[in-house]
Design a protein around this ligand. Structure first.
Ligand code: AP5
Ligand code: MG
Ligand code: ZN
Length: 213
């Protein structure tokens, strides 16, 4: 199964990907997580990505595609994958569909989470992220363990640099300008399912499962 989990910053892509990938036994490919891993390791790519990420802008398509193409060719993607945070421009979507086509593979569905902007700002300002495994938490809706550490791996739980409110506003503007056209692109081609991303986390998971069935 090859899936794209689509949606604005804070829509719950990472949160829901964790459930879906476990159930479907496919890897989660999250471009933002890949960039943050490079950032943590201090690579050149990490430094480049950071300059865009902390301004709420998109990393250039060529840089993103280089990384995604390499990642998709790895063995664990043979039975499918879930893309989280990719594609984010129509160009990226075209590159991905072209690549799949060349491999004789098909995209099964694009699950698009819809959440109003004001709710997104509330979610992102309260979000906390595991420094080690990137698991996401929320101070009110989904707190980390009692010791304040990651429930999954015991890592340190921190606030992402791009979750400051002014950067969140810039990320939303970038989403509306550059990324929302990708949804229309997938709808025209019959891939997209719009999913209400509001309400409890488990209700959203149920809607995603229903859409897949
Ligand atoms: P990325 O890491 O992908 O960030 P994003 O798209 O902005 O999305 P988020 O990770 O912020 O949100 P999410 O939808 O995963 O929500 P989450 O589950 O955490 O990208 C970061 C940056 O990298 C980009 O800005 C860009 O610069 C660059 N980049 C990445 N990919 C790129 C690409 N393809 N091309 C170019 N540049 C790229 O949930 C958010 C919070 O809400 C959490 O606290 C969670 O606990 C809470 N929550 C979740 N669901 C609910 C619910 N139902 N109710 C209440 N709270 C909830
Ligand atoms: Mg995420
Ligand atoms: Zn962790």
């Amino acid at each position: 199964m090859i899936l794209v989990l689509f949606g604005p910053p804070g829509a719950g892509k990472g949160t829901q990907a964790a459930f879906l990938c476990k159930e479907l036994n496919i890897p989660q490919i999250a471009t933002g997580d890949i960039f943050r891993k490079h950032l943590k390791e201090g690579t050149e790519l990490g430094k480049l990505a950071r300059s865009y990420m902390n301004n709420g802008q998109l990393v250039p398509d060529e840089v993103v595609w280089d990384i995604v193409e390499t990642r998709l060719a790895q063995d664990d993607c043979a039975n499918g994958m879930l893309l989280d945070g990719f594609p984010r421009t129509v160009r990226q979507a075209e590159l991905m569909l072209g690549w799949l086509d060349g491999q004789g593979r098909v995209l099964n569905a694009v699950l698009a989470l819809e959440v109003p902007d004001e709710e997104l700002v509330l979610r992102l300002s309260g979000r906390r992220t595991c420094r080690d495994c990137q698991a996401t938490y929320h101070v009110a809706h989904n707190p980390p363990g009692e010791d304040g550490r990651c429930v999954r791996c015991g890592g340190e739980v921190i606030q992402r640099e791009d979750d400051q409110e002014d950067t969140v506003r810039k990320r939303l503007a970038t989403y509306h300008r550059d990324t929302s056209p990708v949804l229309a692109f997938f709808e025209e081609r019959g891939y997209a399912h719009r999913i209400d991303g509001t309400g409890a986390i488990e209700d959203v998971t149920r809607r995603l499962r229903d859409a897949l069935a």
